[in-house]
Each structure stands twice: as C-alpha cells, then as structure tokens.
Design a protein around this ligand. Sequence first.
Ligand code: ADP
Ligand code: MG
Length: 339
Amino acid sequence: MSKIRILDEQLANQIAAGEVVERPSSVVKELVENAVDAGSTTIDIVIEDGGLALVRVTDNGSGIEGDDIETAFYRHATSKLSSSKDLFRIASLGFRGEALPSIAAVARVECVSSPDNSGLGRKLVIEGGTITTNEETNAPQGTDISVRELFYNTPARLKYMKTIQTEIGHIADYVNRLALAHPGIAFTLKHNGSLLLRTLGSGDRLQAFAAIYGTATAKAMLPIEGEHPDYELRGYISKPEQTRSNRNGITIVVNGRYIKSFIINQAIMQAYHTLLPINRFPLVVLELGMHPSLLDVNVHPSKMEVRFSKEAELREFIEDAVKRALGKQRHIPGPAQPT
Ligand code: ADP
Ligand code: MG
C-alpha cells in the first residue's frame, strides 16, 4: 500500500505560514509590500495589541478584480510573475504568491477590494484557510485587509510571541524602513489608537527621514550620490560625530526593497573607518538602483536577503561614494574660476 500522499492545500498553507508568517511584523510586511506593488500613494496601517489582535492595511492602489479575489488567496497565485524569465528580473516586492494564503491559514482575514471607482467591490472573509463569505460590497478603489487573531489556530506559535512592546517595535521598525524606501507614498502607522508614524508622501526622502528620526537629525545629514554603469546610488549619511550604538540606523534599499546586506554594511563601515569611535555606527539611508538581473531576491521567503552578481565591484562603488560624501576623497579640481 502506498504511504506517500500530497498534502491538502490547507495543511500546505499552514506549513508555509511557519516560514512566511513568523510574527505580526511579517503580516505587516507582506500586506504593505502588496500595497506598494499595487502602486498605492497612501498606505494606512492600524495595529492592535502588537498585531496579535489586529493588523489592518488600507491602500488606494490598483485593487483586486472581483473574479480574482478568491484566487489571490490560493497558494502560488500571483499577478507578478508569468514566466521563469521574469524570475530573473523581478521588479515587484512580491512574486512568490505565498503571503495571502499563508496569512489566511493562521488568522481570520477580511479583504475588501475594488479595482475602480465605481463605489463597488468585493468582500472576502477567510478564516483558518476556509472561505466563509464572498459578496459584493461598497468599496472605494484600493484594498483594505484586516487580519485578526493571528495564530489563533496555532497555539505553539502564539505562545512563542513576545510582549506587545516587542512586537510593535518590530512592526514600527519595518514600517519606518519602508517609508524611507518609498518617500512618494504617504504612510500612517497607528497602534492602539496612537499615531506612531506619519509621512507626507511628497517624494522627499529627507522629509520622510525627519518624520522618523526628527528634524534636527535630518538637517545634519550629508547627501550621498554615486553613478556607475551598473548602479545608481542616492541617500543620506550621518557625519562621523553623529554616531549610534548599533547598526540599526543603517537602512539599505535596493530597487525599492528594504534589504539586509552584510557586504554593503561592510563597505559603509570601511569608508568611515577611523572616523568612527570604536563600537559606534553611523545613521545611513542608501537607495541603490540596478538592473533587476544583477540581483537575486529569491534567496529566502522573507525576501530580505539578496545576492548581488558583482559583489566586489558593488562594495568598491559604495565605499567610494561614502568616502566622497564624507569629504575623504576630493574631486579632481577643475580649472580655476575667473574672479
Ligand atoms: P505576491 O505578492 O507574491 O504576488 P500575495 O499572496 O502577497 O502574493 O498576493 C497575491 C496576489 O493578490 C498578488 O499577486 C496581487 O495580484 C493580489 N493582491 C494582494 N494584495 C493586493 C493589494 N493590496 N492590492 C492589489 N492587489 C493585491
Ligand atoms: Mg505579496
């Protein structure tokens, strides 16, 4: 008798959720990334009790067609990839088609979405992976997803959650980074009724930075820029006097995605080198643009880790740009200006 069988969809989703939905901030991350991919210009995030009671993300993006709203919650269902060629030039934040089914497997989800401004849309309710409602409803253009009682059906994971303060700390950290990555989007983040972040969406990165770190800190930052046949770099770095006690002040954004990169961190630290006291770290926000084919984002389900195809070259480019911004390497002086 054969013993091997294919897992049913619900069980497969619960297993995937173990990887994709580690904690409430993972839900925030996945929902906000979807909102960014939908071309939204405003994203409002409402959290209750560290995200275990509620994570709600409302956007004004392209919305989901009524016929697609159930499909969006199927495993490996995505509108962002259509061929394996696309996998090697990913321009969107999502592409795995795993987030919505994984979240819906371990929470109670309500999704209201409309693709146009007819005033009508669809509402889907899905609890622990089971669809309980799919009906027409009034809705503005965009998507409004509420995730309630996260991990209600996975008690082991629920028990592992830290305090509300820890969980909201992770959430705020992630939203801050994404607001820095996308200064053209107006973000708000509220926790238990209090406003933790509001950015204006003006497109001015320093303004978004000021909303997070304060105006005085923002004013003291140095602009950084770099051009290279393969890369384009922009951002702000702190003067060596303005240091911090840990690396958390370093935000690296590659093609709109907030990532963690050991090699870029190293290049930055190498550029500051002796300017920084021991065990002190700069505040940095770098936005790096490159052709998507130079980057592999399909390394881990959380998509926070990437592989660069030309590491050594990239490291040198970043280090040089940071040194230049710090005034360590002067430009070759041009001809003297007539007086
Ligand atoms: P992925 O982002 O990897 O495609 P998800 O499970 O996160 O997978 O989402 C599945 C699909 O649902 C997306 O490809 C997209 O078409 C649709 N979708 C999800 N969230 C939104 C949103 N906020 N606005 C518009 N479409 C969305
Ligand atoms: Mg997604």
